[in-house]
Ligand binder design. Structure first.
Ligand code: ZN
Ligand code: ZN
Length: 408
């Protein structure tokens, strides 16, 4: 069994044309697992055909990562490749587009020493700042697509042998990415239009808050002042329109970091840098998580919440109908890029400064309620049992979701 080569080519073409929206004369930086080489080669081919100047792939390898955790000296884990991320920041400042290929084993580090993992993550989050800031500020066009890595495929389909699991995950990725149809570019133009209708409606409503009700969930999420809903295609600060995530089914905005109240539970497992965190339950007071538990991975969750001051507040709220193709596939991908698009979600940590009516400074964004943190972790709170109401500035409520679907 082999991965369908025609679909690899279609996904690569889609990623270049509508994903990153590459323009003639741009450079393209691609970070990718070495296993995804067939896709990266196709992406480079399409990028050069679109007029890319230089395509630079940076590959990583799971076995080399594991060697570090097994054999590197203890001091290694407080270090990161600062020089590399500074270079990325510089590349983005000079209009280099960014593409990332996801495909690693979501549980890669689960057997490694949790203290080393958390120190390495922290050092990495700190060093990554120059690159992350330019991405969250949406300075340049960027995109993430996925490749069915062997270990990832075995996590998703443990009952199959490796080759079959890879092919099955490949098909699930192509379908979820709308890359299996005759004309994926047209399919994305239609999809983007549908998302735009929803974001326009939400922006007209200009709700003060969203109220979530469902089993074990009674949550009021205040929205940031001058927030703006976004989804699908959007324009980066360099003027280029791109679809950052493929797939993407969400519309999302910035909540108010100090106006979240109540309790909420996760509805799908969260795969966070090698650990699976399940059945998360948290309580918010004045925007801050004051109680948190999980049936699995609680130790990692507690560490994450203590990463910095903003890690126990939320920076994103996103609506995804339960009927989304990813949700309907019934597959748990153990990968946020897919699983967040199966379900409404919130994210701990950093807000998207782009989700505001104008380009505000960092200080203005934080005054308006935008959260800041070195983490941004989405977790799923939606299901077919959740109702969401929009609350306007006079405390009137308007149905937004009923039983996990758009109410209008
Ligand atoms: Zn999201
Ligand atoms: Zn997010």
């Amino acid at each position: 069994m082999k991965i369908n080569e025609d679909k690899i080519d279609k996904l690569a073409h889609l990623a270049v044309k509508r994903g990153v929206g590459l323009q003639r004369g741009q450079n393209l930086l691609i970070t990718a697992p070495i296993e995804s080489l067939p896709l990266v080669r196709k992406i480079a081919e399409h990028a050069y055909k679109e007029g890319a100047h230089i395509v630079t792939p940076l590959f990583n390898d799971s076995d080399i990562t594991l060697s570090r955790f097994r054999y590197a000296p203890d001091e290694s884990f407080d270090n990161s490749t600062d020089w590399l991320f500074k270079g990325m920041g510089e590349a983005f400042d000079t209009n280099t587009a960014r593409m990332a290929i996801a495909g690693d084993d979501p549980m890669l580090l689960s057997e490694m020493n949790p203290d080393k993992v958390s120190r390495a993550n922290k050092a990495m989050a700190k060093a990554y700042k120059p690159a992350r800031e330019r991405i969250t500020e949406f300075k340049i066009n960027w995109n993430i697509v996925s490749w069915p890595g062997k270990a990832w495929a075995k996590r998703v389909f443990p009952e199959l042998d490796t080759d079959e699991a890879v092919v099955k995950l490949a098909d699930a990725i192509f379908d979820a990415s709308r890359a299996s149809v005759d004309d994926p570019v047209k399919a994305w133009d239609d999809h983007n239009e549908k998302l735009r209708i929803k974001t326009n409606w939400l922006n007209q409503q200009n709700f003060a808050a969203l109220q979530y009700n469902g089993p074990n969930t009674n949550l009021r999420v205040g929205l940031a002042d001058d927030h703006e809903w976004m989804g699908g295609a959007s324009k980066a600060q360099n003027g280029i329109i791109c679809n950052p995530n493929i797939p993407s089914e969400e519309v999302f905005t910035t909540p108010h970091a100090y106006k979240v109240e109540g309790t909420v539970v996760s509805t799908k497992p969260l795969s966070y840098q090698g650990t699976l965190i399940e059945n998360i339950k948290v309580k918010f007071e004045k925007g801050k998580i004051v109680e948190a538990s999980a049936s699995k991975g609680e130790e990692v969750l507690q560490k994450v919440l203590k990463s910095d001051e903003g890690a126990s507040r939320i920076g994103e709220v996103a609506l995804v109908p339960h009927s989304s193709p990813i949700s309907q596939s019934g597959i748990v991908f153990f990968n946020t890029l897919f699983d967040e698009n199966a379900s409404s979600h919130i994210a701990l940590g950093q807000c998207y400064s782009k989700c505001f009516k104008s380009d505000f400074s960092k200080e203005e964004i934080s005054k308006k309620g935008g959260n800041s943190s070195m983490i941004h972790i989405d977790w799923m709170i939606g299901s077919n049992e959740i109702d969401v109401d929009g609350i306007d500035h006079n405390e009137n409520s308007v149905p937004v979701f009923r039983k996990g679907e758009w109410a209008n």
